[in-house]
Design a binder for this molecule. Structure first.
Ligand SMILES: C[S@@+](CC[C@H](N)C(=O)[O-])C[C@H]1O[C@@H](n2cnc3c(N)ncnc32)[C@H](O)[C@@H]1O
Length: 492
């Protein structure tokens, strides 16, 4: 796309103009930024007024998709020939427009840089269909994957289906080496430009799925793959749908990815899966994951009926209000009927190559509010499973701490002597909650890392005038899931 030298020159111009998240945010203000988040530019344009300084010029070009006078482009970016030749800029009437989007982007890990992608096709109410090889910028799905990624420092990481390179930017903050792959040559070029503009070392390779990394294994693999299950056809959009039947691409990302994890490695995938009458969604996912031998934590976040699902993606393709809408809708519904798909599950799949003798699969619906980022909660899962698997005598001999984000909620009639319900709830991570009776609440409340569990249960049994062995037999099976879910943690 751009020579390395031109790329560095572009980066220097962008820096000199303070084209970054904080400065642009301050310039556009809350309304301008909120408007851009809704794909409208008027509030941002109003914030710029008639100013023509370098930062305003960059915002007009790359965020508002406005035509800018050549003299202002020249004053901001120097002679534009190489940028025009590379498609970063495009001639437009008397002036110049952006050919791609360059958007300031900062990460929770302190990374502050730029993302390069195709121009959003739907600004200001436009309903343009994206080009087939369209490279999507940072989407809500990108952010979700970034927030659920385990951020433990690792030696090697793979960003499968890198697109604009957003996951690689995050990975570069905690992986010694990052490989990014994509089937789409245009995405490969965009990811390279993103990496170069941000000064990160990124090994970007073109090819389908794991083919570009045939003989390699990684400590961490992340993928926000093209998971949309659409009927076969020439008008597929490469950023959102593969060429495989139904959810077979997601299955392959998971099953082949598991085989490319180093010991202790983690694979994290955002996906859609088919729900059929022949099997439940969890049976389908278990069928994919069990043979890999990995532990897994799979959370189905949403379940859509076929019609809702199809409408979302028809709108995404810019087909709303077009003559094709109805026929494409019918074709898609027929495709699902033919495959026996009666619903679609959306969720998060994490595999852990723990090399456990008996893999532990946790596959559950979790449509409830989570407290992003949940990467640490995914990171903690294998150790929590180990702790939850301790023999009874070891559990009782160990000291435990109620996680410091757990709050107690009590519910009951006003004025009643005792609450009708006691709920202990995590206020971070997955936001797990448990309804506790008096015995469980008392024991959990006493878990402050001081005395072993057995002694605490003995003390609570005395208070409640209960049999200690019976109370332990009642509580241990109820405490294990709380340990596995991270509400209760080993003190040492
Ligand atoms: C939903 S986008 C995700 C982009 C980016 N990783 C993110 O999180 O925003 C999916 C990406 O997968 C790429 N892709 C599509 N089919 C692929 C395949 N068979 N192998 C590898 N990448 C593929 C697309 O070109 C696109 O860049």
């Amino acid at each position: 796309m751009l020579s390395p030298l031109d790329c560095d020159r572009l980066r220097d111009h962008l820096r000199a103009a303070a084209y970054d998240v904080d400065a642009v945010g301050a310039r556009l203000g809350a309304s301008g930024l909120a408007g851009l988040a809704r794909n409208t530019t008027l509030a941002a344009a109003d914030a710029l007024g008639s100013e023509v300084d370098a930062q305003a010029t960059l915002i007009r070009l790359f965020l508002l998709q406005q035509e800018v006078a050549v003299e202002h482009v020249r004053a901001t970016l120097g002679e534009p020939e190489s940028l025009l030749a590379a498609g970063v800029l495009a001639s437009s009437g008397e002036g110049i427009r952006a050919g791609i989007e360059l958007r300031p982007y900062a990460t929770d890990e302190g990374f502050d840089g730029l993302i390069c992608s195709d121009l959003a096709p739907n600004l200001d109410g436009r309903l343009a269909a994206p080009r087939p090889d369209f490279v999507l910028g940072v989407s809500p799905a990108s952010t979700t994957l970034a927030q659920l990624t385990v951020r433990t420092p690792v030696g090697s990481a793979l960003d499968l289906g890198t697109g604009c390179g957003v996951q690689s930017l995050h990975l570069s903050t905690h992986a010694d080496r990052v490989v990014a792959t994509d089937l789409n040559p245009r995405a490969v070029a965009m990811a390279r430009l993103t990496a170069r503009l941000n000064g990160i070392e990124l090994d970007v390779r073109e090819g389908s799925l794991y083919q570009p990394v045939a003989a390699e294994a990684f400590d961490l693999i992340v993928a926000n793959p093209p998971y949309v299950m659409s009927p076969p056809g020439a008008d597929r959009l490469v950023y959102r749908e593969g060429s495989m039947l139904a959810d077979d691409l997601v299955r392959q990302v998971i099953t082949e990815g598991a085989g490319r994890l180093n010991p202790g490695g983690v694979l994290q995938v955002l996906g859609n899966w088919a729900i059929t009458e022949a099997e439940t969604w969890s049976e389908r996912l278990e069928g994919w994951i069990r043979p890999t031998g990995c532990d897994a934590l799979v959370l189905q976040r949403e379940h859509l009926d076929p019609y809702e699902y199809i409408e979302i993606w028809l709108a995404d393709a810019g087909l709303l209000g077009t003559g094709e809408y109805r026929s494409r809708y019918r074709e898609w519904v027929d495709y699902f009927d033919h495959l026996g798909i009666v619903g679609v599950g959306l969720g998060w799949i994490t595999l852990y190559n723990t090399e456990r003798a008996t893999p532990q699969l946790t596959i559950q619906e979790w449509p409830h509010l989570v407290h992003q980022p949940v990467g640490q909660a995914f990171a903690d899962h294998p150790a929590a499973l180990n702790a939850a698997a301790l023999e009874d005598h070891a559990l009782l001999a160990s000291t435990w701490m109620l996680a410091d984000d757990v709050i107690q909620e009590t519910l009951g009639l006003a004025g009643a002597a005792d609450p009708a319900h006691i709920v202990l709830r995590q206020t971070s991570g997955f936001g797990r909650a448990v309804e506790a009776d008096t015995g469980l609440a008392a024991v959990l409340g006493a878990c402050d890392g001081d005395l072993p569990l057995g002694l605490l249960i003995g003390g609570v049994a005395d208070l409640l005038d209960a049999d200690q062995a019976a109370l332990a037999a009642d509580l241990l099976p109820r405490l294990r899931p709380l340990i596995a879910e991270g509400l209760l943690r080993p003190a040492e």
